[in-house]
Design a protein around this ligand. Structure first.
Ligand SMILES: Cc1cc2nc3c(=O)[nH]c(=O)nc-3n(C[C@H](O)[C@H](O)[C@H](O)COP(=O)(O)OP(=O)(O)OC[C@H]3O[C@@H](n4cnc5c(N)ncnc54)[C@H](O)[C@@H]3O)c2cc1C
Length: 377
């Protein structure tokens, strides 16, 4: 892909992560790549330097995930651990919380998952019912979460709840750090049709007692703190999707140049070449939108970043789904073999269309907030 409008440091970061990703490559050992990327400072490029991070922002972190994915070695937990949890703790955590978590999140020695989705709330986060009740020395949490990624490998999960005095109505979100082995914090593995190392879990919070300092930020700050984490999540999901789309497209282009069943390689047929070219254009466009979202976010424009991050996630997911579909078709029968490893991306490419916010909810957002149309739900 052309990278000419990027600052030189970004191009260099891209090249370095790409080389690391290729060294690990498809079929990679997730934990080994995570550890090495952490040691090299890539997992914490967005976190403050005083806590061991790189002092950059989402522009840099999204490059890391995109390039790892484009090399066939995506690190899903980057969407959650440094991007959501690292950002929220950096921006709203106490000095103690920052000192306790950020150095480990930055060098990859600690990981944090993120749980907001609930079985009865789904896309409607205002309906979440995980409730925090104040005790003499802290909090008790009760509730259920679903589809939470990586809880088994994370040291803790950042759980989104609401306080018992704000049990109904629009969500006034509170964020709690729940260590993995806290009594009452149960998990059940949900079997997914996804060929990925990171697992999804249903969580039960059954009288989970937490100290007062488990709460990150202000219990009255509401959605502001939550969105400080959700916009990075959308930007990183875009990076995940663009990386996967590029990986699939690269493989298909290489195949189309080599495979010959008539006089010329199959890539000489426009029926094969045009969809590949279209996939490339769409991935480049999505990447531009992702860059806009990251730039606005890093500049502190949370509102502008929100709209751009939604659009980038939408564009990247759609581009990824089409790139993978095109790639599989380009390879004919080999598109479905284990050897070429593209068919497994068919389900994986759908993840970004569904999570963390579905395609339809983004269209709802754009229709209502950008275009000013009446809210439909
Ligand atoms: C692989 C994977 C990993 C995940 N990891 C995490 C994680 O780490 N942490 C976490 O908290 N969550 C996670 N999720 C959950 C994810 O964020 C949710 O699946 C997503 O938000 C959609 O919620 P839902 O599945 O309940 O779908 P629903 O809300 O039930 O939606 C179902 C369908 O209805 C549509 N729909 C709903 N409302 C409307 C409307 N008003 N207008 C039009 N269409 C509508 C949706 O677009 C969707 O197509 C993960 C999901 C997956 C698949």
């Amino acid at each position: 892909m052309s990278t000419d409008i990027e600052p030189r440091e970004h191009t260099e970061l891209r090249a370095a992560v790409s080389a690391l990703g290729r060294r690990h490559g498809p079929g990679f050992d997730r934990a080994a790549l995570w550890a090495e990327a952490g040691k090299l400072g890539y997992l914490g490029v967005n976190l403050p330097e005083e806590y061991g991070g790189g002092g950059g922002g989402m522009a840099e972190l999204s490059i890391v995930l995109e390039e790892a994915g484009a090399a066939g070695a995506p690190l899903l937990m980057m969407v959650v651990s440094p991007a959501i949890c690292g950002t929220v703790i950096s921006r709203f955590g106490t000095g103690e919380q920052k000192a306790a978590w950020l150095p480990g999140l930055a060098d990859g020695s600690r990981t944090m998952a993120f749980g907001i989705t609930e079985p009865d709330a789904g896309s409607n986060s205002h309906r979440i019912t995980t409730t925090a009740t104040r005790t003499e020395d802290g909090w008790v949490l009760n509730g259920r979460k679903v589809f939470v990624s990586g809880v088994d490998i994370a040291d803790a999960t950042l759980i989104v709840g609401r306080t018992s005095d704000a049990r109904t109505g629009n969500l006034k979100a509170c964020l709690f750090i729940v260590p993995r082995d806290t009594p009452g914090f149960g998990r059940r593995h949900i079997e997914m049709e996804l060929d990925a190392d990171e697992k999804q879990f249903e969580l039960t919070l059954d009288d989970v007692h937490l100290p007062a300092d488990a709460l990150v930020g202000d219990e009255d700050a509401g959605l502001l703190q939550l969105f400080a984490g959700l916009n990075p999540e959308r930007i990183m999901t875009a990076a995940f999707a663009i990386g996967m789309g590029r990986f699939a497209l690269d493989r298909a282009v290489a195949y189309a140049k080599e495979r010959q069943v008539w006089k010329a390689p199959i890539g000489a047929h426009q029926a094969i070449a045009h969809p590949l070219a279209q996939a490339h254009v769409e991935l480049e466009l999505a990447r531009l939108m992702m860059r806009k979202a990251a730039t606005l976010y890093d500049a502190g424009d949370d509102l502008g970043a929100g709209e751009a991050a939604n659009m980038a996630k939408y564009a990247a997911a759609e581009a990824c789904v089409r790139a993978v579909d095109t790639a599989v078709h380009t390879l004919g029968g080999n598109g479905l073999t284990k050897e070429f490893g593209l068919a497994r991306l068919v389900t994986a490419s759908r993840v970004a269309r569904i999570a963390p916010v579905s395609r339809e909810m983004i269209l709802n957002f754009v229709a209502t907030h950008t275009l000013g149309l009446p809210k439909s739900y």
